[in-house]
Design a protein around this ligand. Structure first.
Ligand code: PMP
Length: 359
């Protein structure tokens, strides 16, 4: 059986070693005579795996005891509402930086619950850059400053946590675990799992404990971080199989040398693809070079009439899911942790050949 290279933005490629292990353990998990999926979430087996997942994640990101790690559901999109409901007073001020499509979604949801201030936006420039920090209009009384440090659709990424009066809340869905991160700069970090963490269905929230206990009375129990923290993420039935796979992914990451090792691999993959694109007159990436994402590389062909043929031939060559997001068109290659250098090398060989034949 030949596995194709998967460049999907999410749900994304999972490490082959993790899938193989899960397959081996599928029918009989550790001699218990049943699969992990079939066990009670209150069983010592499941509780043990969830505890190990948390411990491993804490080691990978050097998360201090002053942070709670929550395993939730509903995707990052649910956190768009949970953030204001947990942190902002009804109609109170909350600041957002607008760097692309996912910022816009967080802002739209935030407006239902808070007085949203957009501190800066690159919408007029079609989201090719990050507005300079000295142009941001921050409010002293904002409950938080919301950031999207990696825009999965636009391929715009910034890695430095800005200094701001309010706690930083970061949607790190498509960049968490791709390189080291100083968690202590953030009040809240959240991410849907289906990129670098595991399968869809699991949402990770890392919240500084002093920010717990501020939820408004109308905040649903399922969105209340304090409720989740008090119940060790077992307020209701958690997505146990997704948690088990995430635990295997964290273990795989640690075995490879953790986030510094991943950063080195990811830097090299990104350099391979951007380097090739920049040396070609046929392909182009629109993002300002300092803000180019390591994880999501959008690119266009000189003639968009060739898009369909490019995608068909790529698929035939075993290079899957290169179609850009439906809102922007073109192409996008997502280079998450589980996408190896060999996949990027094969992609570049295919792109060069396509250019020779069609350019
Ligand atoms: N934020 C970002 C940066 C994303 O990339 C995505 C999904 N691609 C979302 C939010 C929405 O995530 P979910 O589908 O888990 O709700």
């Amino acid at each position: 059986m030949a596995r194709a290279w998967n460049f999907c933005a999410g749900p994304a490629a999972l490490p082959e070693a993790v899938l193989t292990r899960a397959a081996e353990e599928m029918l009989d998990w550790h001699g218990r005579g049943l699969s992990f999926m079939e066990m009670s979430h209150r069983s010592p087996e499941v509780v043990g795996v969830v505890e190990e997942a948390e411990a491993c994640l804490r080691r990978l990101l050097a998360i201090g005891d002053d942070y709670a790690v929550l395993f939730l559901q509903g995707g990052a999109s649910t956190q768009f509402a949970a953030v204001p409901l947990n942190l902002a007073a009804p109609g109170g001020p909350a600041d957002y930086l607008d760097t692309g499509q996912w910022s816009k979604k967080a802002i739209a949801e935030g407006r239902r619950y808070a007085d949203v201030g957009v501190v800066a936006s690159d919408a007029a420039g079609n989201y090719r850059t990050v507005p300079p920090r000295d142009s941001w209009q921050l409010r002293e009384d904002a409950a938080y400053l919301h950031l999207t440090p990696n825009e999965t659709i636009g391929g715009v990424e910034f890695t430095e946590a800005p200094v701001a009066p309010a706690p930083l809340v970061a949607d790190l869905s498509s960049t968490l675990l791709s390189r080291p991160l100083d968690v202590s700069h953030y009040g809240v970090i959240y991410a849907g799992a289906q990129k670098n963490i595991g399968p869809a269905g699991l949402t990770l929230v890392i919240v500084r404990r002093d920010l717990l206990g501020r939820a408004r009375p109308e905040c649903p129990a399922m969105l209340n971080w304090e409720t989740a923290a008090a119940a060790d993420s077992m307020y209701n039935t958690p997505p146990t199989f997704a948690l088990y796979l995430a635990a295997l992914v964290f273990e795989w990451l640690e075995g490879l040398g953790g986030l510094p090792a991943m950063a080195e691999r990811n830097r090299r993959k990104a350099e391979t693809l951007y380097g090739f694109i920049d040396n070609s007159a046929f392909y182009a990436n629109p993002v300002d070079p300092p803000w180019r994402s390591w994880m999501n590389v959008p690119f266009v062909l000189a003639d968009d009439g060739l898009d369909k043929r490019f995608l068909e031939e790529a698929e035939a060559a075993g290079l899957l899911n290169l179609k850009g997001h439906r809102s922007v068109g073109g192409m996008r290659a997502s280079l998450y942790n589980a996408v190896p250098q060999a996949a990027v090398d094969d992609l570049v060989v295919f792109m060069a050949d396509f250019e020779r034949r069609c350019g």
